[in-house]
Design a protein. Structure first.
Length: 44
């Protein structure tokens, strides 16, 4: 998976990720935001 991410980042420098860890941190943050919205909808 890491090699695929590395390839994507090299092919798309316009995304602004300097390395794999930045990409992963952003992906995890976005997923947490999605889950928080889902939880909020369930609790409402």
């Amino acid at each position: 998976m890491a090699s695929k991410i590395e390839q994507l980042l090299k092919e798309h420098p316009e995304w602004g990720y300097r390395n794999i860890s930045e990409f992963v941190i952003d992906a995890v943050r976005r997923r947490i935001e999605e889950l928080e919205k889902l939880i909020a909808e369930i609790e409402f």
